[in-house]
Design a protein around this ligand. Structure first.
Ligand code: NAP
Length: 501
């Protein structure tokens, strides 16, 4: 059952105004519109909850995270039903995403139980050191305070209300205020009910979690400006993320804004792999491009290929496979419109040829394939901007020097992919120093869609892939965003945190 309300520190709260979701079919549901007053109430409750929550044991927080996962599973069918209606994503995809969501909650439970994330260090006192004695120094990571989370439209579970940002912040000991995404308020409503049930069963302070529905841009702006918020986790567009990032920087007390924004995730086909497997790679690329209607932040939208017969065979294979893909429903009308604007921008660029055209309208996307040269690419920076959807652009380069020039001209990326065989090692070695400066994740002979949630994963990268290139929003390292090191010098044992004793 949908409440249609905000969850603020244990209370389900409505208001004077409401907005409707945009289901793919059927009657829309209505939800209370968020206001700056709701933000004030939720942030104050989060701050009130912080001392008690930050002092909970790691075991207690791990039980809480596992309880959230159990409560989400208990509502699995309901979440899939509303999620498919709101997002147009197929049932199997949402069920898989639910597994990822509960899996990452349980992964963070294990991660904090192990305790390595605390990064505890100890420099023992050296009272007899000359010329000066050394004090006793102990260091540990501590939670920063209330965190604001903006969920992603394209991962309504794994990167949303109880997704990776929320799970990692709660694991760290930080209360969370979520600004719900307007594309899936009903899905967020049911997930918030799961979190509320876990708060109750684990007797956690009520202010540890609030969900404020959107419906109005004021709410997100009030949230990042609120003086009690200590950091922001965001997944979304470059425009939206940059606007909120700038608000964070302009606060009297600036706070970190961890934004995961857009990326074109270029793929570099090296000569031997292209010759041996160009057709196979072209077909597989088309599959990766169209998965989920191309609505993945790691969608590999650009392929950089040495010109010649191999490039032609690769392009033909991709075209053939893409032409068999029909229209797919996109997450929102706005995302579908943005996709068509992006298509028109690419098509209008000098030197770009269309290899595959189709017709799509309303909330649908069909694939497009374009081809250009390295020189034309380097002459038009707009070609390096993300088109969110199933659009591929092949950039043919005259030689490996031009491939390196294309790589060097890239903006920051979440991922860069090398398609390479053993004979390509020298070319790959030449590219590596460039790619390491561009991307958070470099992969060989695969596709970047499908992000493992694990210890070594990095989902981030230099701007605009991310607003903070030192961080990841996926994997256990993401907990570091909500922690800061505190050094305890000569403090009596009795007053340092339990985890340091
Ligand atoms: P979006 O329009 O930026 O929205 C994201 C969130 O920010 C929503 O809650 C939105 O509120 C809010 N928002 C946006 N602009 C705002 C502003 N000026 N003031 C206050 N709040 C604002 O992004 P989207 O349309 O949901 O997602 C599509 C884009 O996200 C694509 O470009 C895609 O590449 C990117 N993305 C990146 C990743 C990644 O991991 N890097 C993952 C998924 C998507 P409303 O709910 O009111 O709209």
């Amino acid at each position: 059952m949908l409440t249609g309300k905000h969850l603020i520190a244990g209370d389900w709260v409505s208001g004077d105004e409401s907005f409707a979701n945009m289901p793919v079919a059927g009657t829309p549901d209505r939800f209370a519109t968020g206001t700056p007053d709701h933000v004030e109430r939720a942030c104050r409750a989060a701050e009130d909850a912080f001392p008690e929550y930050a002092a909970t044991t790691r075991a207690a927080r791990a039980s809480f995270l596992r309880a959230i996962a159990d409560e989400i599973e208990a509502r699995g069918a309901e979440i899939t039903a509303i999620g498919t209606r709101e997002t147009g994503l197929p049932e199997a995809r949402l069920e898989g995403e639910r597994g990822r969501t509960t899996g990452q909650l349980r992964l963070f439970a294990e991660h904090i139980e192990a305790g390595d994330y605390l990064d505890r260090r100890h420099d023992s006192a050296l009272p007899d050191r000359a010329p000066l004695p050394r004090p006793d120094l102990r260091m540990m990571q501590r939670p920063i305070g209330p965190v604001a989370v903006f969920g992603a439209s394209n991962f309504p579970l794994a990167l949303s209300v109880a997704g990776g940002d929320t799970a990692s912040a709660l694991a760290a000991g930080c209360p969370v205020v979520v600004k719900g995404h307007s594309a899936h308020p009903g899905t967020g409503d049911v997930v918030a009910q799961a979190v509320a049930a876990a708060i109750e069963s684990c007797a956690m302070p009520l202010g540890v979690f609030s969900l404020i529905q959107g419906g109005n841009r004021d709410v997100g702006q009030a949230l990042v400006r609120h003086p009690l918020i200590r950091a922001v986790g965001f997944t979304g567009s470059i425009g939206g993320g940059r606007a909120l990032f700038d608000l964070c920087a302009a606060r009297p007390e600036p706070i970190p804004f961890f934004g995961e924004l857009g990326s074109i995730n270029p793929m570099f086909l090296l000569p031997s792999a292209l010759e041996a497997r160009g057709v196979e790679i072209g077909t597989a690329w088309a599959g990766s491009l169209t998965m989920g209607a191309g609505q993945f932040c790691t969608n590999p939208g650009v392929a950089v290929v040495p010109e010649g017969a191999g490039a032609d065979a690769f392009a033909d294979a991709a075209k053939c496979s893409l032409s068999e893909t029909g229209a797919q429903v996109m997450l929102t009308d706005g995302i579908a419109e943005a996709y068509r604007r992006g298509r028109d921008r690419v098509a209008a660029s000098a030197g770009v040829r269309s290899l595959l055209t189709s017709t799509c309208d309303l909330r649908n996307a069909t694939p497009y394939l374009f081809r250009t040269t390295g020189a034309a690419w380097l002459a038009d920076a707009a070609l390096g901007e993300e088109v969110f959807g199933p659009l591929g652009l092949i950039v043919t380069v005259a030689d490996m020097a031009e491939m390196r020039a294309v790589a060097a001209g890239l903006d920051g990326q979440l991922t860069c992919t090398l398609q390479m065989d053993a004979e390509d090692s020298a070319h790959a070695t030449d590219l590596m120093p460039i790619l390491e400066r561009k991307a958070g994740r470099i992969l060989a002979n695969g596709f970047p869609t499908g992000v493992e949630v694990s210890d070594a994963m990095v989902h981030g990268g230099p701007y605009p892939a991310s607003t903070n290139f030192g961080a990841t929003s996926v994997g256990t390292l993401s907990i570091r965003r909500w922690l800061r090191p505190v050094c305890y010098q000569n403090l009596p044992e009795a007053i340092v945190p339990d985890d340091l004793r």
